[in-house]
Write a protein that binds this ligand. Structure first.
Ligand code: A3P
Ligand code: MG
Ligand code: MG
Length: 380
């Protein structure tokens, strides 16, 4: 709609409901007031164990232990011999979130809606990571995405599909790249303990099947969202604020040595870090800066609410409001397009850099992603 309505945007009038076959991703169209984004509330959580089994509890929660001022973490330690890598050939889609919904069904089945056709108190159910991709879309120049949407009992479920380009990239990953993926998880092991009174154990195995996920509820303009995201660790102080405010996101990044590197860090990395943590209301990112040999040489805490101020001096830099308004308009577009309430119907939204978002419709195809156990669990 937007490419047909530039003037409307500039005059500041509110945008009409989407009525087009495509959605523009041009940044200028989304530079308006920041939309309402309610403080996310944690409504539950779940854990995935070392074999990727689901548990409706906090057993995989980890506790942040502030390292020395001069850390010397060797992120290469244990690669190969103390590394169990999750099988990324297994496409889990929304299954873990759906398991959580079924396990906590009574909580959502509010009395006002039990008799109605709406099963959940949300317009959208998805992974935080899918929303992160939407937030960064107006600034993304390399990787497109494919999002499958199904409407079931009034709620729109959004699940990502791997693009052909991503599959090829995955296949052509170098050994160096493979090892560098390990580094991020190894950093978590150096800084996290399994309980609030113990210390990290860097001699253990890094197993990327393990995860602790928060489930949050919030609202973006008139879109009620229920989503889940992995949380790296929490503040171990029992008096820390309630979740999600006690959560801490851990990141590694290459040491910054030149103004050019600093600028790139602000323009590209901080955008991704901000989007990922802002969505679930995680207030802090602890970054470990590493050299080319994979040794963490310094640490820095980034307050998510201050990231947008940090970047303001960059020329032509990203803006949080563009990210949020694009996401909001995409969700409106989805509501307009995906109208048939049927678990066998998939609306496939696809985007490639420098293009508009387009969609196609698929009935009883291999794209269907809501499992029978979920449909029965929510209908019975
Ligand atoms: P870093 O981000 O420190 O490099 P997360 O930061 O989201 O908790 O993810 C933990 C680690 O998983 C990352 O650590 C990185 O090593 C790996 N990882 C996350 N997303 C990835 C992606 N899209 N491709 C490759 N590795 C990824
Ligand atoms: Mg993580
Ligand atoms: Mg992390």
């Amino acid at each position: 709609p937007h490419h047909h309505h530039h003037h409307q945007h500039q005059s500041g009038s509110t945008q009409n409901p989407v009525s087009s076959r495509s959605l523009s991703t041009r940044r200028e169209l989304y530079e308006r007031d920041f939309p309402v984004y309610k403080q996310p509330v944690e409504v539950g959580c779940f854990s995935l164990d070392s074999e990727r089994r689901f548990f409706n509890d906090r057993r995989q929660m980890r506790y942040y232990v502030e390292p020395d001022r001069n850390p010397n973490f060797d992120l290469r330690d244990g690669y190969k011999h103390r590394y169990v890598k999750r099988d990324d050939g297994v496409k889990e889609k929304l299954d873990h979130i759906l398991s959580w919904i079924v396990a906590n069904r009574s909580k959502h089945n509010s009395s006002a809606t039990t008799a109605s056709s709406r099963a959940l108190d949300a317009d959208f159910v998805t992974w935080r990571g899918h929303l992160t991709k939407l937030l960064t879309t107006p600034y993304e120049t390399r990787e497109g995405w494919l999002l499958a949407v199904t409407k079931f009992r009034g709620t729109l479920y959004i699940s990502e599909l791997e693009t052909e380009a991503a599959r090829r990239e995955q296949e052509n990953r170098t050994e160096r790249h493979e090892e560098m993926t390990y580094w991020g998880y190894k950093f978590e092991q150096y800084t996290c303990a399994d309980d609030p009174h113990s210390l990290p154990d860097p001699s253990g195995v890094v197993n990327t099947n393990e995860a602790f996920c928060t489930v949050v509820q919030t609202r973006l303009a008139d879109h009620r969202l229920l989503f889940s995201g992995e949380v790296d660790c929490r503040d171990k102080d029992p008096d820390a604020p309630a979740a999600p405010a006690c959560y801490i996101e851990l990141k590694t990044s290459a040491e910054i040595c030149t103004p050019k590197q600093r600028s790139n860090f602000h323009r590209f990395k901080l955008l991704k870090w901000w989007a990922q943590s802002f969505l679930p209301g995680v207030p802090r990112v602890v970054a470990g800066f590493r050299d080319h040999e994979g040794v963490v040489v310094s640490l820095e805490t980034f307050h998510v609410s201050k990231i947008s101020h940090l970047i303001k001096n960059e020329y032509n830099c990203w803006k949080p409001t563009v990210c949020m308004n694009f996401c909001c308009d995409f969700l409106s577009f989805v509501k307009h397009v995906a109208t048939e309430d049927n678990p066998g119907v998939v609306y496939l939204f696809s985007w490639e850099p420098r293009r508009d978002v387009t969609f196609s419709v698929h009935r009883d195809s291999h794209y269907s992603f809501l499992p029978q156990w979920y449909i029965e669990g929510m209908t019975g």
